[in-house]
Design a protein around this ligand. Structure first.
Ligand code: ATP
Ligand code: MG
Length: 418
């Protein structure tokens, strides 16, 4: 038996129905925000992620699924969604269109991580990217998409944590302050952070090793290193969120796992688990070869959202339904049943008929099992008369309905039931 790969999952049955509901909600909310969908390829040139996500990040250093194709090109399965969208924005000259460009995606994402609760190797992200604006209003708009989704899904107790990393010069200043602070404690950092210390000490803040966290427990705040403009930008983001009624806390320890963030960074946390992370990335488009373009976005892990929903609202049960089961007796009956079922389906009715040649008794047992609301049986006399008894399964009552009236009969009946 070949089993599925560690860190991957089959999603089916009641669970996939819940996913479809969640995805429908995401799509509907994006419609109201004027955010269009984008579908980028599942793999890109490795270089895009190395440049876009950043060489000193966990993702690039140890989490990418990278392979070489027959043309000896290095390709990588998408470990996050923003870099691909940035590439598409540049490649299709979207900067020539009226700004901002607002895009969303719901896509499988791949990271070679140790698997544990809330951490898979293939997971799914709902991502939103808003490109073409430097304004704090754009940050607030992006954040409000995630806030609305979590609110509409009925998720409670999520905390929005907000921080600003400033522009590259603020960041350079803060990096130096951090280097000075870590100074004599360098030997206490994990091996990866020892390397990061010189190139990008900010990353140490995001390290999950306890020893590194201990060293940085009383680290100076990045907010004290922001220049006037970056401070004003961050304050405006907060002012808009306040006016929108979106609660948040400022947490100067948040840096997020990607190198491209500038100014605003944020995450939504529930029970210690980050369900959504994002921020502003004003340098990414340039880094990828485009014109200077302000942008902001987030990625929300759908598996984590499902986990939280299950915890707060119990197991996900979202059953399908069958309006009618058309049983049959004999070959002519079975032929008619299939044809009639198809007619009903074309009218939007959830109809099922026998396709495994069960006995009539077994067919009715099956109709019960799948919870069909109505059932009927086509035998010789029904065929001859062109009508049959349609039984309401719950009450046991039945009515005679001509085959050609069946669709109309069921439509009225289901409408009345609703
Ligand atoms: P973490 O700190 O949990 O590792 P991250 O900083 O790597 O998160 P992002 O790169 O910002 O996360 O990804 C956005 C969201 O995608 C996360 O908030 C989370 O919900 C989800 N996510 C990230 N990695 C995984 C994974 N391995 N399995 C499932 N979901 C994930
Ligand atoms: Mg991570």
């Amino acid at each position: 038996m070949i089993q599925l790969v560690k860190g991957t999952k089959d999603i089916y049955g009641a669970e996939v129905r819940k996913w479809q509901q969640i995805e429908a909600k995401m799509r509907r909310i994006c419609e109201t925000f004027g955010i269009g969908e984008i579908r980028t390829p599942a793999f890109e040139f490795t270089e895009l992620f190395v440049r876009g996500v950043g060489e000193t990040t966990d993702i690039v250093q140890k989490e990418m699924y990278t392979f070489t194709d027959d043309g000896n090109r290095s390709l990588t399965l998408r470990p996050e969604g923003t870099a691909g969208v940035a590439r598409a924005y540049i490649e299709h000259g979207m900067h020539n269109d009226p700004q901002p460009i607002k895009l969303y995606y719901i896509s499988p994402t791949f990271r070679c991580e140790n698997t544990q609760a809330g951490r898979q190797r293939q997971f799914h992200q709902f991502g939103v990217e808003m490109l073409g604006s430097y304004s704090a209003a754009q940050d607030a708009e992006a954040i409000s998409v995630a806030a609305q989704l979590l609110e509409e899904m009925g998720v409670t107790g999520v905390e929005l944590r907000l921080n600003s990393l400033g522009c590259p010069s603020c960041r350079a200043r803060y990096n130096q302050v951090l280097r000075d602070f870590i100074g004599s404690n360098l030997d206490k950092l994990c091996p990866t952070c020892k390397e990061r210390y010189l190139k990008n000490p900010l990353r140490v803040l995001d390290c999950k090793e306890e020893s590194c966290q201990a060293v940085l427990a009383d680290a100076p705040s990045v907010l004290d290193c922001l220049d006037e403009e970056c401070t004003a930008h961050f304050e405006k983001v907060q002012a808009i969120l306040k006016e929108m009624g979106i609660a948040f806390v400022v947490d100067p320890k948040i840096v997020r796992g990607l190198d491209y963030y500038t100014r605003t960074v944020f995450e939504f946390v529930s029970d210690g688990l980050t369900v959504c992370g994002g921020g502003r990335y004003d340098k990414l488009i340039e880094e990828c070869g485009g014109k200077p373009t302000g942008a902001v976005g987030f990625g929300l892990g759908i598996e984590r959202l499902v986990m939280i929903l299950e915890k707060q609202h119990g197991a996900l049960t979202e059953e399908g339904h069958t309006d009618i089961y058309i049983g049959s007796m004999g070959e002519a009956g079975q032929i008619k049943a299939q044809a009639l079922t198809w007619q009903l389906r074309k009218a939007g009715i959830h109809a099922q008929a026998d396709t495994v040649e069960r006995s009539v008794k077994a067919q009715m047992k099956y109709a019960n099992k799948i919870g069909a609301h109505y059932s009927m049986i086509i035998g010789e006399s029904e065929l001859a008369e062109g009508k049959a008894q349609v039984k309401h399964m719950e009450s046991g009552t039945a009515e005679e309905v001509a085959f050609e009236d069946l669709a109309a009969y069921l439509c009225t009946a289901t409408e009345q039931a609703e």
